[in-house]
Design a binder for this molecule. Structure first.
Ligand code: FAD
Length: 225
């Protein structure tokens, strides 16, 4: 899996900070933008803490994601408040096997061998179908969920906060969880105020909605002084 932050709103926390200021001021945006936006970071934190999250919808982030499975991207595109451009299996012929192997299979050499053999056979049949004149868009029906794909994703910060809450959690599957934590690290580096408390609910809200006490991230009780 490769994940890159390939674009984001310039001065990424300025607009949300100014938006926060606008909601708390008699002045127009023209006047407000003269004030140093970095001075408004504390106000941004404050309004976000109140759940006033529309202010962070003004900033966007674009990620180039490659080498992930179609199983992952099917989960990813369920996040509707986003824009996607994905490699097409209708237009692109995937001649060579390229697929993700789940760790649970990787760690068992015997099963891994069977898995690899099956995927090779599937690809052989895929190429045979195309060779017999079946269009790529129809031949692809035999390809597995494991098939790798490349996707470009743009989300605003509010949608990302929701995405991290759902997909950084241990209830999410390992592959999309891995992706979510990587994306979080990338945006935190450029928007530390907005994403300060981002992550699974145990981090963002200090509580586990599933009360999963065996989870390694389960909030620990504060030690008595
Ligand atoms: C652990 C886990 C297991 C899952 N298992 C399944 C499963 O078995 N089957 C399955 O189908 N899906 C499953 N999902 C997908 C899940 O139901 C959501 O579709 C997905 O996580 C996208 O979340 P979202 O709707 O919050 O995001 P977005 O689509 O980005 O929406 C963001 C927010 O906008 C609001 N919103 C968006 N659209 C609407 C709307 N039409 N009406 C009202 N409010 C809206 C909601 O507040 C929503 O939270 C699973 C997700 C997770 C994290």
């Amino acid at each position: 899996m490769k994940v890159e932050l390939v674009g984001y709103t310039p001065d990424t926390e300025d607009l949300p900070s100014l938006a926060a200021k606008l909601t708390h001021s008699k002045a127009t945006f023209e006047d407000i933008k003269q004030s140093a936006p970095e001075k408004n970071r504390a106000l941004l934190s404050h309004v976000m803490g109140l759940g006033h999250l529309s202010v962070v919808e003004h900033t966007n982030f674009t990620f180039a994601i490659s080498g992930v499975s179609r199983a992952l991207t099917h989960q990813l595109v369920r996040h509707r408040i986003a824009s996607y451009s994905q490699q097409s299996q209708r237009y692109v012929r995937l001649d060579e096997p390229s697929y993700v192997t789940p760790p649970s299979i990787k760690e068992n050499p015997e099963l891994k061998k069977k898995y690899d053999e099956l995927v090779s056979l599937i690809w052989k049949k895929y190429n045979e179908l195309i060779g017999s004149g079946i269009p790529k868009e129809d031949s692809r029906y035999v390809l597995p969920n494991a098939t790798t794909t490349n996707i470009l994703v743009t989300m605003n910060a509010r949608s990302l906060l929701n995405f991290f809450s759902l997909r950084c959690c241990t209830t999410a599957q390992w592959e999309i969880r891995n992706l979510a934590w990587r994306m979080l690290k990338l945006v935190k580096a450029v928007a530390p105020t907005i994403f300060e408390n981002a992550g699974p609910p145990c981090k963002s809200e200090g509580k586990c909605p599933e009360n999963k006490k065996d989870c390694p991230l389960y909030p620990k009780k504060k030690e008595k002084e």
